[in-house]
Design a protein around this ligand. Structure first.
Ligand SMILES: Nc1ncnc2c1ncn2[C@@H]1O[C@H](COP(=O)(O)OP(=O)(O)OP(=O)(O)O)[C@@H](O)[C@H]1O
Length: 250
């Protein structure tokens, strides 16, 4: 089951440049939370703080607290954090030298799964969950590079789901995809949020409106407003949110 992620007064820096300023936000278990806002407002940095990727950048620094179901993420082992908090990126990034099967199995093997039948079952389960199984079941040993962009992105989602994380972070997961593949990813989000907590960064406001239970609007490193998605898009409390969602800037 998904777990709740809570950010308390999170600030993030690249060197001395502060790109997130005192962000507090609760991302509820088994819901999809969308993060919207203009380019450069800190959306990606925020999700990268959640799974401790921000600290892998040499100048990256984070202040404040992040909790996974009440447990301090920054007191956990980073490898455990990234296992429990999976991530899907803007551009599909399957391992090009690996087969479709091995792309999903690799994380399982690295995490100590050795029994072949267990790995095979988990690969199938993950590919089914990512709505890719029927398209690839007859070519599991073929290279992932033969898949379309949308299929590659669903493969990356299957790879992330194979380890059964609590949370799935999605950083503009459909921005490189055609409308049909985008729709499939959105349907998939709807499906998997029963089991996972989803945090999705998106530039596409229709997409946020379609998939997210709640939406948070970021501006210049600050979290301006967070609420039920319909409220954010129809009756925002803050003028800056209204200007953004009605296309007056951004
Ligand atoms: N590796 C880096 N080194 C230095 N500054 C960075 C780095 N990555 C991002 N930044 C800066 O941090 C700020 C926030 O960037 P971030 O990528 O989090 O924004 P974003 O809202 O996700 O933008 P976009 O919508 O364009 O992806 C920007 O000013 C950006 O220039």
């Amino acid at each position: 089951m998904g777990k709740t992620v809570t950010a308390e007064n999170v600030s993030a820096y690249f060197g001395t440049h502060r790109v997130l300023n005192d962000v507090s936000l609760t991302m509820q278990a088994n819901q999809a939370t969308a993060i919207i806002g203009p380019s450069g407002c800190g959306k990606s940095t925020f999700v990268r703080c959640i799974n401790r990727m921000h600290e892998t950048v040499p100048s990256g620094k984070m202040m404040g607290k992040l909790f996974l179901e009440g447990k301090d993420i920054y007191k956990m082992d980073p490898v455990t954090v990234r296992r429990n908090i999976g991530m899907v990126f803007q551009r599909p990034n399957p391992f090009p030298t690996l087969s479709i099967f091995d792309n999903v199995a690799v994380g399982l093997r690295l995490n100590g799964y050795a029994k072949r039948s267990v790995i095979t079952d988990q690969v199938e389960k993950s590919l089914r969950m990512a709505a890719l199984w029927d398209e690839v079941k007859d070519r599991l040993q073929k290279s992932s590079t033969g898949l379309s962009g949308g299929q590659q992105q669903r493969l990356c989602i299957a790879r992330a789901l194979a380890l059964e994380p609590d949370v799935l972070l999605m950083d503009e997961p459909a921005s490189a995809l055609d409308p049909i593949s985008t729709l499939r990813i959105e349907e998939l989000i709807e499906e998997i949020k029963q089991t996972y907590t989803i945090v999705i960064v998106t530039h596409n406001m229709q997409q946020a409106a379609r998939v997210a239970d709640t939406t948070a609007f970021f501006l210049s490193g600050e979290m301006v407003e967070h609420g039920p998605t319909t409220q954010i898009f129809t009756t925002p409390r803050d003028q800056r949110t209204e200007d953004y969602v009605t296309g007056r800037f951004g």
